[in-house]
Write a protein that binds this ligand. Structure first.
Ligand code: ZN
Length: 389
């Protein structure tokens, strides 16, 4: 299904990563926000968002390859289809009028029905190229927009859709967007508030097509939903599973680590799917990709648990020799736990998933910390240990 134009793919990966770092930063709450947005600019209403792509690609093209400090080595599993850098996006039919659109860093999907288009999410990096992608395959209007969750890096360009469309989201997503509106006097950068909300389940039937929206509780963020296309056997779940790659740092800043772990089983046990849309990076996923990440998370549980057990706080305290700065002690303890966990994870995973060497210590930190303090994560780990013994 995928062809490999190595050079173009590498370029897309580079610009995707650089683009992400340009566009994203963390607030104290962990919410992803764009940092290069002008004060009064709504996402998707200004070409400057997508216009980052061309200058970045041009800069990389002009740079002297001999002066580059980084070698690019990614496992075959992490590679996806080539994206024409001049175009900046790729749109492909997955099956039966369901399409995915990607810029190599972010991806999403839309469904063409005989009554109009159902668009899922609106990542600002794709921006108005999303509208171009839709117009490549249909001239029907977008009459429904679904928000996967409240994070602006996935829905921040939703202002570009027709004002009379129905905007559908789980009620926690609606509450977060309402909270954001209450916190500002200029809400123009925020996506439209949902006009239709639901608590647990919602089926969007339009014409001859349908999407099932299901919520099982917190995982990456309260309100993050499973979006399922039953006719096409396609499942979308954003910011949890990253086909071909290890997750974004700190288990993709999982708001609820136990929910994040559980989401893998929910995907595999409750959905009959063969194609997976994860919201990020180079390619679509399969059922096997979800199984691979489940194995990764399970290995991480074991490695972090063993590191927590094996690293002696007392030994570290003896080495430091005083307790006047407790954070120094905890810092050294956390470093030692992370290192032990990373050493145990990398040999297996650096050749299997992209980005393993970059982010492994962040995943080790999130899991080891959750195992120390989160009762449900500790219970899950205890359960899997007793099941394996
Ligand atoms: Zn997110």
């Amino acid at each position: 299904m995928y062809f490999d134009l190595q050079k173009t793919v590498r370029m897309c990966i580079i610009y995707g990563i650089i683009l992400s770092s340009l566009l994203l930063s963390y607030t104290n709450s962990g919410l992803l926000i764009p940092v290069q947005r002008s004060k009064n600019m709504a996402y998707g209403q200004d070409e400057s968002i997508t216009s980052y792509i061309k200058p970045i690609v041009a800069t990389i093209k002009e740079s002297d390859s001999s002066s580059r400090n980084f070698t690019i080595q990614i496992p075959n599993m992490a590679k996806g289809p080539a994206i024409n850098p001049a175009k900046g996006y790729l749109v492909q039919e997955i099956r039966d009028h369901l399409y995915w659109v990607t810029d190599g860093s972010y991806n999403t999907m839309f469904l063409v029905t005989d009554k109009g288009v159902i668009a899922v999410d609106a990542p600002p990096t794709i921006g108005k190229n999303y509208l171009k992608a839709i117009s490549e395959v249909t001239n029907k209007p977008v009459n429904y927009v679904i928000y996967s969750h409240a994070h602006l890096d996935h829905i921040g360009a939703a202002n570009m859709f027709p004002k009379n469309a129905s905007f559908i989201a789980q009620e926690d997503t609606a509450a977060e967007l309402q909270r954001a509106r209450s916190a500002t006097t200029n809400a123009s950068f925020l996506p439209p508030l949902p006009t239709v909300t639901f608590s647990k389940n919602y089926t969007l039937q339009t014409g001859n097509q349908s999407l099932q929206l299901n919520y099982y509780g917190n995982n990456h963020l309260p309100g993050n939903i499973f979006i399922y296309a039953p006719h096409q056997k396609v499942l979308m779940l954003v910011d949890v599973i990253f086909p071909g790659w290890i997750p974004f740092p700190y288990l993709a800043v999982a708001n609820d680590v136990a929910g994040f772990i559980k989401a893998h089983d929910i995907a595999l046990n409750r959905y009959d799917f063969d194609t997976f849309v994860g919201g990020h990076l180079t390619r679509l996923g399969t059922r096997d990709d979800v199984k691979v990440q489940k194995e990764f998370v399970s290995d991480l549980e074991s490695a972090a648990s063993k590191a927590n057990h094996d690293v002696s706080f007392v030994t570290i305290a003896k080495q430091i020799g005083h307790f006047e700065n407790p954070w120094l002690l905890y810092g050294k303890f956390i470093d030692a736990v992370n290192q032990k966990c990373v050493d145990s994870m990398l040999p297996k995973w650096e050749s299997r998933l992209g980005g393993a060497d970059q982010f492994m210590s962040t995943h080790c930190f999130t899991m080891s910390e959750a195992l120390r303090v989160d009762p449900t994560v500790a219970a899950i780990a205890q359960n899997s240990t007793s099941a394996n013994s």
